[in-house]
Design a protein around this ligand. Structure first.
Ligand code: IPM
Ligand code: MG
Length: 362
């Protein structure tokens, strides 16, 4: 088994370093190889996703990814911007199924901006389609308008599209995932306005016939955004398209107190996966040693479970994370009165210690 390690930019290098220390202490048999990606790769090789990095990712069983991006690259041509690295990896590896769990840890109930009773015990799973929709639809670009409100004016356009197989396969992923949970799927669309999402809804409804044991309901995306802050615990699995999933997953993440806690997995048809924290590169706090490494450490746990067939090791990481939270250790993003503020490294140390201690005591 081989893991491609792509730390990227900003806090990416700091948080991935802690995840690696956690993996090392588990003493499992796999090889790890690192490569540059994002702005770091652009600086060194002139491209955010160099051939050599893509090759390493393709050949690995799993990719552990940090984060990419920095404001200083915002003026580059789009194909050279750091974000293209993650979009390119998703596309070239066919990582169509994105799992974004939003779990509220008992100790962090107070860190949420919502009332404790609304989020205590929250455990929802957002399944976001990741290789289609308006993110990848062609054609796109800029041109002179020939019709519309201002013929002759400069305009820009993107294409929202989904094919039947793309919707079918993500719907199946969602129903299968729901079977291992509370057996409820909410499909989020905008069928009242968009042709693409009326089609999405129709196809999801057809696929549902194969999963009579799972309850399916449909919700418009604007209502879903509202319900997520009104009564988030009513959801079990949410399945949606690429763009709505991007937006709703940030919203769901924040319900749990901090986006610094949330891991994610992006899988292809052969269970090869890319694992990354749900948050970005946070250039404002990069290099200060204050970022929360737990989302990345929990992403490593998802990697062990989904792509590397090591569920016990994944459990050990997850229980070590719960242990350090119970000890009262908090990075700045989740700190509150009465808890102990620690930096990135110290948080990593504590997780490592919790794992090794558990090993000794069995
Ligand atoms: C995410 C991010 C990416 C996305 C960006 C960095 C391209 O926001 O993974 O949610 O929009 O998918
Ligand atoms: Mg996003």
């Amino acid at each position: 088994m081989k893991i491609a390690v792509l730390p990227g930019d900003g806090i990416g290098t700091e948080i991935v370093a802690e995840a690696i220390r956690v993996l090392d202490v588990l003493d499992l048999k796999f090889e790890m190889e690192s490569a540059l990606v994002g702005g770091a790769a652009y600086e060194a090789h002139g491209h955010p996703l160099p051939e050599s990095t893509l090759k390493l990712a393709r050949e690995a069983d799993a990719v552990l990814f940090g984060a990419v991006g920095d404001w200083k690259y915002d003026t580059l041509d789009r194909p050279l911007r750091p974000e293209q690295a993650i979009l390119g990896l998703r596309k070239h590896l066919g990582l169509f199924a994105n799992f974004r769990p939003a779990i509220c840890y008992e100790q962090l109930v107070g860190a949420s901006s919502l009332k404790p009773e609304l989020i205590a015990g929250l455990d929802i799973l957002i399944i976001r389609e990741l290789t289609g929709d308006i993110y990848f639809g062609q054609p796109r670009g800029r041109r002179t308008a020939v019709d519309g409100h201002f013929p002759g004016a400069e305009e820009a356009f993107d294409t929202m599209r989904y094919s039947r197989p793309e919707v079918e396969r993500i719907a199946r992923v969602a129903f299968e995932a729901a079977r291992k949970r509370d057996k409820r799927v909410t499909s989020v669309d905008k069928a009242n306005v968009l042709e693409t999402f009326q089609f999405w809804k129709d196809v999801v409804t057809e696929v549902h016939k194969d999963y009579p044991d799972v309850a399916l309901d449909h919700m418009y995306v604007d209502n879903a955004a509202m319900q997520l802050v009104k009564a988030p615990k009513k959801f079990d699995v949410i399945v949606t398209g690429n763009m709505f999933g991007d937006i709703l997953s940030d919203e769901a993440a924040m319900l749990t107190g901090s986006i610094g806690m949330l891991p994610s997995a992006s899988l292809n048809a052969s269970n090869q996966g890319l694992y990354e924290p749900s948050h970005g590169s946070a250039p404002d706090i990069a290099g200060k040693g204050v970022a929360n490494p737990l989302a990345t450490i929990l992403s490593a746990a998802m990697m062990l479970r989904f792509s590397l067939h090591q569920p016990e090791a994944a459990d050990r990481i997850e229980s070590a994370v719960r242990h350090v939270l119970a000890q009262g250790l908090r990075t700045a993003d989740i700190w509150s009165e009465g808890t102990r503020r620690v930096g990135t490294r110290e948080m990593g140390d504590a997780v490592v210690a919790a794992i090794t201690k558990k090993t000794i005591t069995g």
